[in-house]
Design a protein around this ligand. Structure first.
Ligand code: AMP
Length: 211
């Protein structure tokens, strides 16, 4: 199955992608995580992407499309993939159609006010990319990743000013992607407010997965 996760930054795509991955047994392709890895490794792609990311802007489509195409061609994606953070523009969605098909696009709907609050308390593992929230989804030991034991950090682009910029970009450039999949009859939506487990159940119901 090939499933796209849509939603504003901080809507819970990464958190929910991990649950869906366990149920569908297909990998997650997170363009944000791939770009952060490229930056950490000091690659040419990372060098090109960094200033866009730090400013809350989108990385140019051609860089992203090449990255996803390459990742999808790897043999662990033979049974499908969950796309977290891609496509983020209609041009990316159209380009994707030239190299793969998609079964569904699931949009996690969260109002902007809730996003701003969530991002202010978000903590991220720089090693395995797990995300937490200091109130809503805290790690078992404060400041330490449950999954790999790494010290948690705050992403540069979770700075409140950058978050507002990312939300603006989301409404202008990524929301039209929902309409694209609605026209193809592939759009599903769930409300992304509530506990992590409540949202997981809504998503599993909508996708017909075993809860
Ligand atoms: P994310 O981790 O998905 O919130 O992505 C972090 C940042 O990476 C975004 O604010 C963009 O700068 C960049 N990025 C991630 N995915 C894409 C994409 N599909 N198209 C363009 N830029 C992206």
């Amino acid at each position: 199955m090939k499933l796209i996760l849509l939603g504003a930054p901080g809507a819970g795509k990464g958190t929910q992608a991990d649950f869906i991955k366990a149920a569908l047994k297909v990998p997650v392709i997170s363009t944000g995580n791939l770009l952060r890895e490229a930056i950490a490794q000091g690659t040419e792609l990372g060098r090109q992407a960094k200033s866009y990311m730090d400013g809350g802007k989108l990385v140019p489509d051609d860089l992203i499309i090449g990255l996803v195409k390459e990742k999808l061609a790897s043999h662990d994606c033979e049974q499908g993939a969950i796309f977290d953070g891609f496509p983020r523009t209609v041009a990316q969605a159209e380009a994707m159609e030239s190299f793969t098909d998609v079964d569904a696009a699931l949009s996690i709907e969260v109002p902007d006010e809730a996003i701003v609050h969530r991002m202010a308390g978000r903590r991220t593992c720089p090693k395995c990319h797990a995300t937490y929230h200091v109130e809503g989804n805290p790690p078992k030991v404060e400041g330490v990743c449950d999954k790999c034991g790494e010290k948690l950090g705050i992403r540069h682009d979770d700075d409140p000013e950058v978050v507002l910029q990312r939300l603006e970009v989301y409404h202008a450039q990524t929301e039209p992607v929902k309409e694209h999949y609605a026209q193809l009859g592939k759009l599903r939506s769930v409300e992304g407010i509530g506990s992590v487990d409540e949202i997981r159940k809504r998503i599993f119901d909508t996708l017909g997965l075993n809860v």
